[in-house]
Design a protein around this ligand. Structure first.
Ligand SMILES: [Fe+2]
Ligand SMILES: [Fe+2]
Length: 171
């Protein structure tokens, strides 16, 4: 099976978007380490690993359907943040952009009657529902915490337990 040039370009953009997400989440992990919030940093390192795994899935699929990776610009990661809440609000916004991009790609696959790519993308649609819901929950928790340092350090301890599991599921 061979994909169209148009789908190949869009899949390439998606691959780069996942790589950019990984770099962005590493920049956030780095910010948290400077704030002595190592659990939050661990959460974002695991999140970055998940994004690189998503990129790898695109890489493998593109080659399975006889396409190839064409190097594109990686978005410059943001490095300055006002607070943990600010980081999670930006992450949520970013995940919503990724979801929209995957939906646009799915729509194009449907228009081109590319059922293989359409099927491949179903996993990502499901994944984005989880990603958005996770970041939404974190934003709500941080709003509840407000300026309570004890609650923030409790959450930091919780987040230190997150591990990336290669299946895409999380421990
Ligand atoms: Fe992703
Ligand atoms: Fe994501």
């Amino acid at each position: 099976m061979k994909i169209s040039k148009n789908i190949e370009t869009l899949l390439n953009e998606q691959y780069h978007m996942e790589m950019s997400s990984g770099l962005q989440y590493m920049a956030m992990a780095s910010y948290f380490l400077t704030q002595e919030l190592n659990g939050f940093a661990n959460f974002f390192v695991a999140q970055a690993q998940e994004e690189y795994f998503h990129a790898q899935k695109h890489f493998e699929y593109i080659h399975t359907v006889d396409g190839r990776i064409s190097p594109l610009a990686i978005n410059q990661a943001r490095a300055e943040f006002e607070s943990p809440l600010h980081v999670f609000e930006l992450s949520l916004e970013y995940e919503c952009e990724v979801s929209k991009s995957i939906c646009r790609l799915t729509q194009t696959a449907m228009q081109e009657q590319d059922y293989a790519t359409h099927t491949f993308l179903q996993w990502f649609i499901k994944e984005q529902i989880e990603e958005e819901s996770l970041f939404q929950l974190m934003v709500r928790k941080l709003k509840l915490i407000g300026k309570d340092p004890a609650a923030l350090f409790f959450m930091d301890d919780e987040l230190s337990k997150r591990k990336f599991v290669k299946s895409g599921d999380e421990a």
